[in-house]
Design a protein around this ligand. Structure first.
Ligand code: SAM
Ligand code: SF4
Length: 335
């Protein structure tokens, strides 16, 4: 029998079964850590994947072994054909999930439910409406906050993504943990990461160590329960004894988890990124449109994946903002 090759296996023994697809480079928020102040050069529409192309390319990945797809962006829900895209992808044998800023997610509850999207990652960096406006440059705090409860009531599992930035929202770590006391959510504190145009510097990152230190000062050791790690989970998960919800820490900057990485990313304009931090991309859309077999291109891209953070393996390299200027801005990658 002919041996089929695993085109999603890399040279470090990692297999990539998790595809993140960015649906759009646009967004209805302007989060300072994601969207550069001057905006981003937007890809002209003819060079973006149509819904049909996205589905056909996703299908190739699924045939190759992908069993989990996350829709992201930009804000995935501002794409007008989101319902059709979701409907098509839901015919594939994958677990489907979405990352959204939550501004308009209430309008999509029914379709998300009917297509078995059970877990939603929702971004909310502050519990303070004024600070929300300062971070996102938009006044939608009340909407997003209310939508969290609508999603909980509708039975979704909710993860709340909080990008921690020193001097901006790191004073809210305990408030977010208190939020887990009575609400069945998983708050994920994410270390602020460097991307093109986001004015990152290492000093602004609140590290895993900082967060654990603050925990120790707020709670007794016996109350802080470390939860078991799920396979390939990027977060170290915790819970305060007796609280309903949980929280996790995603420490890409200070404690990366590249060894167990199973993720690859497809941008809205059909480029495959083998790592969030890679400065190279592989164009799948052009050859796909030309009717070529893109599987060898996918395989080459996966084989080219570095062991760690797109090749920025030393802290010195990673901490140098110049090293990130050849990468895209996060809004154009899809987190
Ligand atoms: N618009 C959606 C949202 O905000 O959830 C999806 C796209 S957004 C790029 C995906 C995730 O990336 C969000 O949770 C956001 O907080 C995170 N993110 C964006 N820029 C980041 C950065 N510089 N460091 C860490 N996380 C970042
Ligand atoms: Fe938009 Fe999400 Fe980026 Fe904020 S983090 S600007 S909501 S894409």
């Amino acid at each position: 029998m002919k041996q089929t090759q695993n085109i999603l296996a890399d040279t470090f023994g990692r297999t990539h079964n998790y595809l993140r697809i960015s649906l759009t480079e646009r967004c209805n928020l302007r989060c300072s850590y994601c969207m550069p102040m001057d905006g981003v050069p937007l890809t002209p529409k003819p060079h973006l994947m149509t819904g049909e192309e996205l589905f056909e390319i996703a299908k190739l990945f699924v045939d190759a072994g992908v069993n989990k797809i996350r829709l992201t962006g930009g804000e995935p829900l501002i794409r007008k054909d989101f319902p059709e895209i979701l409907t098509h992808l839901s015919t594939l044998p994958v677990s489907l999930s979405i990352t959204s800023n939550g501004v308009n997610i209430d309008r999509h509850i029914a379709i998300l439910k009917s297509h078995h999207v059970s877990t939603i990652n929702l971004s909310l960096d502050t519990l303070d409406a004024i600070k929300f406006k300062k971070i996102t440059f938009r006044d939608y705090f009340e909407k997003v906050y209310a939508n969290i409860f609508k999603l909980i009531d509708a039975g979704f599992k909710i993860k709340i993504n909080v990008v921690l930035m020193k001097g901006i929202n790191d004073n809210e770590i305990n408030d977010f943990i208190e939020f887990t006391k009575n609400h069945p959510v998983n708050v994920r504190f994410i270390e602020f990461m460097p991307f093109d145009g986001n004015n990152w510097n290492r000093e602004k990152t609140v590290s895993l160590k900082d967060i654990l230190h603050r925990l120790d000062t707020a709670f007794a050791k016996a109350e802080i329960l470390r939860l078991p790690d799920a396979p390939n989970d990027t977060a170290k998960n915790y819970k305060i004894a007796g609280y309903t919800g949980e929280f996790g820490i995603i420490s890409t900057v200070t404690n990366p988890f590249c060894d167990s990485c199973n993720r690859i990313r497809l941008t809205a304009n059909g480029q495959l990124k083998n790592c969030l931090f890679s400065t190279t991309e592989s164009d799948l859309l052009t050859p796909f449109r030309e009717g070529k077999d893109i599987k060898p291109i996918i395989q080459k891209a996966v084989l080219g994946k570095h062991a760690m953070r797109g090749g920025l393996s030393t802290p010195e390299q990673f901490n140098d903002p110049k090293e990130h200027s050849d990468n895209r801005s996060m809004i154009r990658i899809g987190g």
